[in-house]
Design a protein around this ligand. Structure first.
Ligand code: NI
Length: 172
């Protein structure tokens, strides 16, 4: 297993649309495992492949409580089959925007279809933090960050601060 460097915003690589995975083969399974290790170490509850410089439609998520056993999801080509009309607001963060948070409204429940680590098609109905996290990670596959859901004023402030931090701290 390998811990991968996480790309910090603002970065043009985080604005690109990821391409679908043909098949979940050993390369993709290894990528999923490395992404989980990277996410747990950070620590975070979700990570999308574009955040580690891989422009493919792969995300990993684990929203289990710290004291509970891990409950990782490895998803290739996730697609939303359904989202609830009801929204919920979550104070979101992102490993690509370290230490910045903002309230983002999203559908409170969703149904997602994906390919798992065995290349089997799965469907999952999610709610609460899991639903939020899956939608957040899927946004990354479209080149979208959580700050794209807030006002351009707030977004500008956060991105300028990150730009300064990157210069001073030698982030990747
Ligand atoms: Ni994120």
């Amino acid at each position: 297993m390998t811990v991968l460097p996480i790309i910090i915003a603002p970065d043009p690589r985080l604005k690109l649309k990821a391409r679908p995975v043909d098949r979940v083969d050993t390369r993709i399974v290894t990528l999923m495992q490395d992404m989980l290790e990277t996410m747990y170490l950070a620590p975070g509850i979700g990570l999308a492949a574009p955040q580690v410089g891989v422009l493919e439609r792969v995300i990993v998520v684990d929203v289990a409580e710290k004291t509970a056993p891990p409950q990782p999801y490895r998803m290739a080509n996730p697609e939303l089959l359904w989202v609830s009309e009801e929204l919920s607001v979550c104070n979101e963060g992102c490993l690509s925007l370290p230490e910045f948070y903002a309230d983002v409204p999203r559908p409170s429940r969703c149904r997602v279809r994906y390919r798992d680590e065995a290349d089997a098609v799965q469907e999952l109905e999610a709610e609460g933090l899991l639903a939020t996290c899956i939608q957040h990670e899927m946004d990354h596959l479209e080149g979208q960050l959580f700050v794209d859901h807030i006002s351009s004023l707030k977004r500008g402030i956060i991105l300028r601060k990150l730009q300064k931090l990157k210069k001073s701290k030698a982030y990747a």
